[in-house]
Design a protein around this ligand. Structure first.
Ligand code: TYD
Length: 204
């Protein structure tokens, strides 16, 4: 029996990474076989490209170059890690996936959400997450857990607010798999909220 592919998406400093680990543990506690992964990254090649993407000057590369590099990482990651795990019955939780490309490169950088979705289809095909939880938070209300800032976090508040808006557009476009979730609250409150969504949507 196939497993499930769940993605966590949203702006900066919204607690996705903490929740990825916590939710994986909760699902393991219920007897599921769970792996966690992230983008950009997830494979040795992906982790190398991650450091090219996240380090250095804000304007060191063209938006389309960025989009193509994220897409290259994704192709490697889906084929080598995510798909085989889901096909063998595991639950895969991925901290960011292609909706970030739509929100950030597509909407915030202005390349177009539709074009980023075409790029995804070209590289990955019809394989999609079963459930995408978008952590919504006003950018100025982020939990303040940004420590060492990456290239994207250095793009400025206006750009990051646009990214957050991009995620809301994505949620509107794909109501069948996306849930826009309020991410304000304690770690426990948010994780209970996520478990409730996972239970309602996937019956886990
Ligand atoms: P990361 O440290 O994982 O950020 P976070 O903890 O906020 O998830 O860095 C990933 C950065 O890469 C993040 O700022 C968003 C950016 N990004 C894109 O711009 N496009 C993409 O497709 C992906 C996957 C990430």
């Amino acid at each position: 029996m196939a497993g499930f592919f769940i993605t966590f998406e949203g702006g900066e400093g919204v607690g996705k990474t903490t929740q990825t680990k916590l939710i994986a543990d909760k699902l393991r506690g219920l007897g599921h076989d769970v792996i966690t992964t992230r983008e950009p990254g997830g494979t040795p090649l992906g982790e190398k490209i991650r450091s090219i993407l996240l380090k250095g000057d804000v304007d060191k590369m063209e938006p389309m170059t960025e989009a193509l590099l994220f897409t290259a990482v994704r192709n490697d990651h889906v084929n080598q890690v995510i798909k085989p795990a889901v096909q063998s019955g595991k639950i895969v939780i991925c901290d960011r996936f292609f909706d970030t490309t739509s929100a950030y490169q597509g909407f915030a950088h202005g390349l177009g959400i539709d074009r980023m979705e075409e790029l995804y289809k070209l590289s990955v095909g019809d394989f999609k997450p079963d459930l995408t939880i978008i952590f919504d938070i006003a950018h100025d209300k982020s939990h303040g857990i940004l420590t060492e800032m990456n290239r994207f976090e250095n793009m400025g508040d206006e750009w990051l607010s646009k990214g957050a808006q991009g995620f809301r557009e994505v949620a509107k476009l794909h109501p069948e798999r996306c849930v826009l979730m309020d991410s304000v609250g304690t770690i426990d409150e948010v994780s209970s909220r996520i478990m409730k969504i996972i239970n309602e949507k996937l019956g886990l």
